[in-house]
Every structure is written in C-alpha cells, then in structure tokens.
Design a protein around this ligand. Structure first.
Ligand code: UD1
Length: 475
C-alpha cells in the first residue's frame, strides 16, 4: 500500500498523463468518498499505464508469433515401451510418496465470471453432478478429502477468487461447513485487478468514487499466491508442489501421482497436461518449443498452415492442446516473484459499464473498452524445465463453459456418467448401453467411492445391478 497522495498531487499527475477526467465529479463526493477515490488513484503507476494505453489499448499489439517454433515433446498417456513403462512406474511411486509426505497442495483458479454459462455467482457453485446435483466446489472438496484419506496426509487446498466473487465464495464454504474439510486446510484468497480503459486510452470510472477494474487474468494467480501469503503458508506446511486446475472442469484428476512424479523427477518448475486436439483449429492453446522452451501459442495466433500440418502417419504436427492443468513448483513461484514478476499482457475488448462524462451510468450494448489480463501458461517458458503429459479427453476434460452445446453442463454430465461406466466396466461390472453404445443409465460416482479407476476394484461388491434407465449414485 502506498501512502495516499493529496488532491493537488493527484490532479497534477492526472493532468500530466491525460487522465484528469477521473476527478470530474470530485466536488460532488463526500469526504469519505473523496478519500476512497484518492486512495485508489494513489496506487496507480502512471508510467506503466501510459505504456499500456499506448501499446494495448489505443493500439492492438498482437502477440508476436515467434519466427521459429516446433512441436513440444510430451509423455504419452500410456507408456509406449518397456523402458517408458519403467519410468512411469518410478514416477508413480515418487508421486505417491510426495502425496503421502504432504508435499502437494491443491490450487483452484476461480476468479473468473460465468458470463458465457449465464450463471451469476461463483462458478464453483454451479450444480453439476448428474444425480445429486453437487456443485463443482463440493466435488473438488470431496476429492480433496478422498485423496487426503487415500494418501494418509492432509492436503491443503488453495482457492483463488476475485472481487467479483470472493465474498460469495467464502460464504459458500462457511455455510456448508467447508464441505466437511478442516477449514485450517482451506485457504481462500483474492487475485489482483487491473484498471479498465475506454478504447481511446482513458481510465474508466465504475462509480464517481471508484475506478472500473477487473481481475488480472489467471496469470495473476502466480503473483497472488505470493502476495496473499499462500506460498508462505505452503512453506510452513512443507508443501513443494502445487496441483493447479480450473474451477470449470469436474473431471480433472486433482492429484495424479504420475503427473506429479514426472514433474518432480525432471526437476521441472511448471508442467502441463495436454490433449490431442480433436481437429486442427480446436480453440485451445498449442504446446510448442520456442528456443528450446515449452511455450503455448494461442489457437488464434498459430498460422493456419501450421495448424493443419500433418506427420506422414496423418497425425497433426501441432497436436497438443493446452487444457489448463498444471503442476507448479513452490520454488518456481518464489523465483518468479523475487524480481518484479511480469507476464505478457493480453488485451480483451469488452462491454464495460461505466460513468460517462455527464456523470450518468452507462451499460453499453457494444464493446466500449479494454480489459488487460495475463495468462498462466505464459509462465511456462520461464521455467528451466517443463514437461508435458498427454491425457485422454474422456478421462479428464469436460469443462462447463457454455449454457448449451459444446462444453455445456449437459455434455459434462454425460461425460461424468460415461467415465463412471468405463471405470465400472473395467472392474467387470455390466453397464446397459443403448444402440449408439452410450450408457443407458445415469451414474454418479462420488469421490468417496473412487478417485482413480483402480479404486473401483475394492468397492465393486457394493455396486447394485444396473438396469436400463437406472439412476445410480455410488459412494
Ligand atoms: C482457458 C484457456 C484455454 C484452455 C481452456 C481449458 C485461456 C486464454 N485459455 O480458456 O487455452 O484450453 O481454458 O478449459 O486461458 N480465471 C481466474 N481469474 C481470471 C480469469 C480467469 O481465476 O482473471 C479462471 C476462471 O475462473 C477459470 C479459468 O481461469 O477457472 C479459465 O478462465 P476462462 O476465461 O473461462 O478461460 P477459457 O477462455 O475458457
């Protein structure tokens, strides 16, 4: 927190930097409101704001696509030969040991807004499980509990919110008694924000005494982990690795010994899971190597020719899509924050409610301003080492993003049933299937029943006969 500057100091600064409109309604404010506004303005770094306004607001400086890049190497979802099978076995053992020794924490980024889903409030409160309608937060909490029990160690869980949903998220956890978790092991903290601009580079007011701001993107999580004291808390607990996932994906394998073990064995700073893209231009980031460093090139930036380029066997040359599942080392986050941590800025043109020059509140129908964000995957090239582990879509990726169609709750629920059916069948249990081969039933497998496919074996005696049309809840 910097000291609050006086009205005169602020006025001079704003005038120098062409932002004097921010004081247009100052005289209408009461003393408390005036202090509130001066305090926000005192925090701003105007040299940086000028740079941002020039580079990202008034002009669109697109991300520079590197002149040379190649596909990034990856570990396949299943080992391809005996040597690799031995490596995977050792990695799993290492991952299990790290989990048993309390070296791994969970981390959910949940600061975004469910705009596309049309759901108000924290997205983690969205009811998603196919039978009991458990929310995303409840499913993650139950998985944290099940993993803690399985590995015999408390697993702390860190949740990043933003001013858009912090109070409601905390209230959710308090009202639900932390879904049975020990509140000492749940750490909810807010990410940073960035100010919003009009398209001509002016800072927008949300109220006459309040600047318009928005969350600084999931890249902000790597800073917020440090600023909030979460990293200090992890170090006190002896945590060395952070399992990072997005709030929208209930299929994610929260604590994957193989992934954790491969990351640790390679002394990686930040690692990623990847999917083989469903088609060349699927809207996911592409894992590439740039100057020998793992780098994500956004789908919108990957040249069309490269997106379609094929290997002799018909597979895509750039086939690895980013699904926002990472392991991050605690010491990597510390290193990033030690020397003025910064990630590249991405620009998003949005509809931003604001106070216009007449002092009226405006809710624009068309995009009228710019929000600036950073993306977590831009930290990958800053790591000395970074590995990629491929995973299988049906096993681990069913994000809830849109109200209907692709990535909608209906698809996610169907995928939850399908994965449960697959795990049960692998243990020899019969599942009724329809003419298309889809399960002819709805199955919800609670985390207390299984968090890995191999957990089903010990529980299978408790599974009832499943008949067509049944709704089954297994816990
Ligand atoms: C993101 C990724 C995309 C990936 C996809 C996987 C980007 C630009 N794209 O897309 O490559 O394939 O997820 O599902 O990231 N969040 C915050 N604070 C913020 C912004 C977002 O915590 O300031 C959180 C959200 O709560 C959510 C996650 O980050 O958990 C993803 O945000 P969202 O904006 O929905 O990303 P997508 O565009 O869906």
């Amino acid at each position: 927190m910097s000291d609050i500057k006086s009205y005169e100091q602020i006025k001079e600064l704003l005038t120098q930097h062409g932002q004097q409109h921010l004081l247009a309604f100052y005289d209408e404010l009461d003393e408390k409101q005036q202090q509130k506004l001066l305090s926000q303005l005192s925090e701003l770094d105007f040299v940086q704001i000028d740079e941002w306004a020039e580079k990202y607001v008034k002009n669109d400086s697109p991300m520079e696509v590197p002149s040379e890049f190649e596909p990034a190497p990856s570990y396949p979802a299943e080992p391809e030969d005996d040597k690799q099978a031995a490596t995977y076995k050792q990695a799993v053992e290492k991952g299990v040991k790290l989990l048993e020794n309390g070296k791994v924490a969970g981390f959910t980024v949940a600061g975004g807004q469910g705009t596309r889903l049309g759901f108000s409030g924290p997205k983690g409160n969205y009811p998603i499980s196919p039978v009991k309608q458990k929310t995303l937060f409840q499913l993650f909490a139950e998985t944290v509990a099940a993993a803690s029990a399985k590995f015999g160690a408390a697993i702390p869980w860190y949740i990043m919110t933003s001013p858009l949903n912090h109070a409601e998220t905390v209230e959710t956890f308090e009202q639900s008694s932390y879904f049975g978790l020990n509140p000492d092991n749940v750490f909810i903290f807010q990410q940073g924000t960035n100010i919003n601009f009009s398209l001509d580079g002016k800072i927008l007011l949300a109220e006459k005494d309040k600047l318009a701001t928005s969350p600084d993107g999931h890249g902000g999580s790597l800073k917020a982990l440090h600023v909030s004291g979460a990293i200090a808390d992890m170090k006190k607990r002896g945590v060395e690795y952070i399992s990072y996932w997005q709030v929208d994906n209930p299929l994610v394998r929260l604590f994957d010994p193989l992934f954790i073990g491969l990351h640790a064995k390679n002394n990686a700073g930040m690692s990623s899971k990847a999917l083989i893209k469903a088609y060349p231009t699927e809207k996911v980031g592409n894992f590439c190597l740039v100057d020998g460093k793992v780098t994500v090139i956004e789908y919108s930036d990957l040249p069309e020719d490269d997106a379609h380029r094929q290997n002799p066997d018909g597979s895509l040359v750039f086939e690895l899509g980013s699904i926002a599942i990472h392991i991050v080392s605690v010491d990597f986050v510390e290193k990033l924050n030690a020397h003025g941590f910064a990630l590249p800025i991405h620009r998003a043109v949005k509809k931003i409610p604001h106070i216009n020059e007449k002092g009226e509140k405006v809710k624009p129908e068309e995009p009228n301003g710019v929000k600036l964000e950073t993306f977590v995957f831009d930290a990958l090239p800053l790591a000395d080492e970074s590995i990629i582990l491929e995973t299988v879509r049906e096993e681990e990726f069913a994000p809830v993003k849109n109200a209907e169609g692709t990535d909608s709750p209906a698809v996610t629920k169907q995928m939850m049933t399908e994965r449960a059916a697959k795990w049960l069948e692998a243990a020899g249990i019969q599942i009724p299937r329809n003419s298309e081969g889809k399960p002819d039933c709805v199955i919800e497998m609670a985390p207390s029943f299984a968090i890995f496919p191999e957990d089903v074996e010990a529980k299978k005696a408790a599974v009832p006969d499943i008949k067509p049309g049944d709704e089954i809840y297994l816990d």
